[in-house]
Design a protein around this ligand. Structure first.
Ligand SMILES: CC(C)C[C@H](NC(=O)[C@@H](N)CC(C)C)C(=O)O
Length: 722
């Protein structure tokens, strides 16, 4: 099957290159797609455990961990422009990929080393002693990774495209689909594997969560990616850069603007395009190439909005999943695992679209051009958000009625020996049996309350409630010391369950994984995962064990009576502070399906489009421009998350959906006026024109300019004469 095609003359480098083919595809492509698979495994694998590393290894708080994580992701999508400039102006794509992959691999290794706690754990207590060392090393690692991953990203896709020859345009399109499949296969595998590696225990002096393994495997994959890429070295078509193209582009644009401004008088003939004002000084070919790039970049302006919605899978949609039930019977899905539905669907939808849907549309005689596909992709993403809004409305029906910022909520738990009549001033009366609680939270629009118990004598006590908070009034066996305990006022994170214990036993108790609790005291909340959990209660020689099965996102207070050991933990009662999630996570599948269909239409097509519409010497630059739309989209998510807090989540989803519909209408109008080009053809045409046609327009302007200069000189002469 392998054959050598005709010699291909590279117009730019004037080098001749023979390319080996297999089934109509250049063999070199194999190395490029395997390289992409390993690189994406490395990147997404590391990303999957990064926040946990910040939170539980470096012990940063949630906010800092999230901010640094997002800053890193944004940096990864901003550095492509740097890689593209290096590739197109200086080193060429091949060398840029090699050098930046080395930087990338060093970054991954640095990151993996920074997670070895034993390096600074001199006192062998399992935690690092010198956090500054680990932070500095990991930040250095992350900067190198961002430089590497972002830097090579536009080059690898464009370099892959460069391997195809003119008669292989069908294979070129398939290449971009296969390339996308590899991205998603790599990311899917690594996001499944690295969390498992992290959960292992390892260490020299003490056994801890195995971050070195979780970061080490991505580092190894990055080295493999580099080796695979180098292995294909002899087979690649390599186009050399044409000097500092970016600098020439900037100078040419600057000159065109300046020249246009100088000739703003209506006496100068208009030119077809404002870039034509660079004709006097710059090569027509360069001007034609800049026009092509600018046309596409202009078209990119509305595109970040798609990514703004797309990237909320990892934030808003995952948070939505934390308020849902992930019990699929045969398996349990954690809220953040729901995101893997996206690469799974990509792996199935890309072949279906390529082999079935798009050919079918073509057979029906419809012209489903790339820009039309991208518009439809945007509409699919908007529909995904409508679907998310509908799911949210369902969830909202089941969510507890949390207090507003001016309200306070109170529940009462009675561990006194008899039923109590509890009066909360001015007019709240509750009858609460022993080892029971009030049915639900009572909402107050004021904070100062007085509680009276019908004991003998009556006990009265004043309390000040927390504004916007939820609390429980705990009445212990000695009601005179009743006290308030703060409750959770939102769904526990990651779909976990918040549980706590009130000790109604007469002495200190030890409970599995918790500190010992004094009599009448209440523990703080502990988060437990879904499923059956066992707890052992202990006091001296006495112990008993009790089990509970938990769902997702509930909160409970367990009341331990004085008889706990005599009845083998049977008498422990459970107060449900917050109901478990009842809306099933499967309801998110339609929104994932819609957004992934949108992604296939938008992103895969965008990748092909950016390659096909770019002049030969600016392919990486246009790929970088394409990736920048993603960076801007991510930045919009960050801004919206900070500023745009709509009172209802479903309303925010609908707002995003409407914004994307509006943007897609604008985009479709822009696309309507866009004419597809064949950059190679235009370049050849300009070259031909340059050799044959007299440059009338330039002459005309130069004559006008000379006249202008003469007039000025004459005036100057006159003035000096006077
Ligand atoms: C095209 C790129 C901006 C993003 C692309 N991401 C994907 O293909 C996602 N479907 C992967 C998923 C794991 C989020 C990439 O190159 O990573």
């Amino acid at each position: 099957m392998i054959n050598l095609t005709d010699e291909k003359m590279d117009k730019t480098t004037k080098k001749k290159k023979k390319t080996a083919e297999c089934c109509g595809y250049p063999i070199s492509i194999f190395f490029i797609v395997v390289n992409e698979f390993c690189e994406r495994f490395s990147y997404y694998g590391m990303r999957a455990v990064l926040v946990l590393y910040f939170r539980y290894f470096l012990l940063w708080d949630d906010d800092l961990a999230t901010s640094i994580y997002h800053a890193f992701v944004a940096l990864c999508y901003l550095t492509p422009i740097l890689g593209a400039i290096i590739a197109d102006s200086w080193l060429g794509k091949f060398k840029t990929i090699i050098y930046l992959s080395i930087v990338y691999a060093i970054g991954q290794v640095t990151m993996a080393i920074s997670t070895i706690h034993d390096i600074t754990d001199a006192n062998r207590d399992g935690t690092p002693d010198n956090f500054t060392f680990h932070i500095a090393l990991s930040m250095l690692g992350l900067i190198l990774i961002a430089l590497g991953t972002g830097g090579i990203k536009p080059c690898v896709a464009a370099f892959g495209g460069d391997q195809f020859q003119e008669h292989q345009s069908r294979q070129l399109n398939t290449f971009f689909s296969v390339f996308y499949l590899c991205i998603n296969a790599g990311s899917l595998l690594s996001t499944l594997i690295t969390p498992v590696l992290r959960a292992q225990e390892c260490g020299i002096h003490t056994q801890q969560q195995c971050y070195p393994l979780a970061f080490g495997v991505p580092a190894v994959l990055m080295v493999i990616s580099l080796v695979v890429f180098i292995a294909g070295s002899g087979m690649y078509v390599k186009t050399d850069p044409e000097g500092n193209i970016m600098w020439s582009v900037c100078k040419c644009i600057g000159f065109a603007i300046k020249n246009r401004f100088r000739h703003r008088s209506s006496s100068y003939p208009k030119r077809e395009h404002w870039m034509d004002w660079a004709n006097e000084k710059y090569d027509k070919l360069l001007i034609a190439q800049i026009k092509m790039v600018l046309k596409v970049l202009f078209l990119y302006i509305p595109l970040p909005m798609f990514w703004t919605l797309f990237d909320q899978k990892g934030s808003r949609w995952t948070l939505q999943a934390t308020t849902m039930s992930g019990d699929f019977g045969a398996f349990i899905l954690q809220p953040d695992q729901m995101q893997t539905v996206n690469p799974i669907l990509i792996l199935t939808l890309v072949p279906i679209m390529d082999r079935l849907i798009f050919p079918l549309i073509q057979k029906c005689g419809l012209n489903f051009s790339p820009l039309k596909r991208m518009t439809v992709g945007m509409l699919f993403a908007a529909m995904a958000f409508v679907s998310a809004a509908l799911v949210q409305i369902e969830i909202d029906k089941t969510l507890p009625n949390f207090p507003s910022s001016s309200e306070s909520q109170l529940k009462v738990v009675n561990t006194y020996s008899t039923t109590l009549n509890v009066t909360i001033s001015p007019n709240e009366h509750l009858l609460i049996e022993s080892f029971g609680s009030s049915a639900d939270y009572v909402t107050f629009d004021h904070q100062d309350i007085t509680v009276s118990l019908n004991t003998n004598p009556v006990i009265t006590k004043a309390f000040s409630l927390i504004k916007g908070g939820r609390q429980t009034l705990i009445i212990p066996s000695d009601p005179t010391v009743m006290y308030l305990k703060e409750d959770v006022k939102s769904k526990p994170r990651e779909g976990k369950n918040a549980i706590r214990f009130v000790n109604g036993y007469t002495a200190d108790l030890n409970i599995t994984n918790l500190d010992s609790i004094e009599p009448s005291a209440t523990t703080n909340y502990t988060l437990v995962n879904q499923g059956k959990r066992d707890f052992v209660l202990r006091h001296g020689e006495q112990w008993c064990e009790f089990s509970r099965k938990f769902g997702f996102g509930a909160s409970y207070t367990f009341l331990i009576p004085s008889t706990v050991f005599s009845d083998d933990c049977e008498s422990i009662t459970e107060v449900e502070d917050m109901k478990p999630n009842s809306v099933h996570m499967a309801l998110q599948i339609p929104q994932y399906f819609l957004i992934t269909t949108g992604e296939v239409m938008f992103s895969v097509t965008g990748l092909q489009f950016s390659y096909s519409q770019a002049p030969k010497n600016m392919k990486s630059v246009l790929q970088a421009g394409w990736l920048c739309t993603n960076a801007v989209g991510n930045i919009i998510v960050l801004i919206v998350a900070e500023l745009g807090k709509l009172p209802k989540q479903w309303a925010e989803y609908l707002l995003f959906a409407s914004l994307l519909v509006a943007v897609s209408i604008i985009f479709s109008i822009m696309a309507y006026f866009y004419t597809y080009i064949d950059p190679a053809e235009i370049e050849a045409q300009v070259r031909k024109e340059q050799g044959l046609e007299p440059e009338e327009m330039e002459k005309e302007t130069l004559e006008m300019e000379e006249k202008d200069e003469d007039q000025k000189n004459e005036q100057g002469v006159k003035q000096t004469k006077i």
